[in-house]
Design a binder for this molecule. Structure first.
Ligand SMILES: Nc1ncnc2c1ncn2[C@@H]1O[C@H](COP(=O)(O)OP(=O)(O)OP(=O)(O)O)[C@@H](O)[C@H]1O
Length: 264
């Protein structure tokens, strides 16, 4: 039996007429790195936002560490969110704060630790991403890869049980990608974190993930170990892994019926 940290059970979610998920179930194992992959616009970021209870499902449930996140009181949800680190695409650094102040920010917001203790933890977190020497720099003085690593240090500042990464490799050169892959692995293993990674980057995702879910067309088209996914003979999985535009997974965003009729 898989020791699940997150259980998505019979989840359905629509935005207006657009069905994003139709009765999907998947498991995110505890202490492992799970990659969520799928074509652009398929709803990967939406799934992270549903897990963080920033969005509510139309049907079904999401259990995080055994708790139904959408049934929690405001204060229990707040407590659970303190255990979730997020590195979202939009999660840029605060441009008017130094690197050190950026990493200290979640501790100042969520804990009563004193300045010395915060300083010690910030140094430790920056050391773990190889940037202790950059503590006094401003974000504008960092390369894109360094900024991503500072954001990573900030995402793990509160020692979360779960870290969700949304497209951490976007815009990174191959060396930075390799560094980020190693860091995500190290942080996951050293602190026994459960990591969820959303990415388009098939090679980087398969190289790092223990467990993989591929989403397409509102469904889970494959779920399993990275090796099992690589070896899959399923035409939809092969199409996605090989980056082929034509195949069982449609390339075009579905048009509303009314616009079809209007065009006739
Ligand atoms: N705030 C919103 N209002 C309405 N529709 C939205 C909103 N945010 C996202 N969507 C729609 O939901 C669908 C899923 O979006 P989402 O960002 O989760 O996809 P994704 O798989 O993460 O895409 P990408 O890989 O391109 O980032 C898309 O079709 C998008 O148009």
């Amino acid at each position: 039996m898989v020791d699940a940290y997150i259980n998505v059970q019979n989840l359905s979610f629509s935005r207006g007429e657009h069905v994003i998920y139709k009765d999907i179930s998947l498991t995110i194992p505890r202490g492992k790195i799970t990659a969520i992959m799928g074509p652009s616009g398929t709803g990967k970021t939406t799934l992270l936002r549903l897990i963080a209870a920033q969005l509510a499902p139309d049907q079904g449930s999401i259990l995080v560490d055994g708790q139904n996140v959408h049934a929690l009181s405001r204060s229990d949800l707040y407590k659970l969110r303190e255990k979730m680190g997020m590195l979202f695409q939009s999660g840029a650094l605060f441009s008017d704060m130094t690197v050190e102040e950026n990493v200290a920010f979640p501790m100042e917001e969520h804990t009563k630790l004193d300045r010395d203790e915060i300083h010690r933890i910030v140094s430790e977190k920056l050391h773990s991403v190889g940037l202790r020497g950059a503590a006094q720099l401003m974000p504008s003085e960092l390369s894109g890869g360094m900024a991503r690593r500072v954001a990573l240090a900030r995402a793990v500042a509160l020692d979360p049980d779960l870290v969700m990464y949304d497209e951490p490799f976007t815009g990174q050169d191959p060396i930075s990608k390799g560094v980020l892959v190693k860091l995500i692995r190290q942080l996951n293993d050293a602190a026994k974190i459960t990591s969820v990674l959303v990415s388009h980057d098939v090679e980087e995702s398969l190289s790092i993930a223990d467990h993989v879910c591929i989403l397409a067309g509102g469904r889970v088209i494959a779920e399993g170990s990275a090796e099992a996914i690589r070896a899959s003979e399923d035409p939809q999985v092969k199409q996605f892994l090989n980056g082929e535009p034509d195949g069982p997974v449609p390339f075009h965003y579905p048009e509303a019926e009314s616009s079809d009729k209007a065009a006739l």
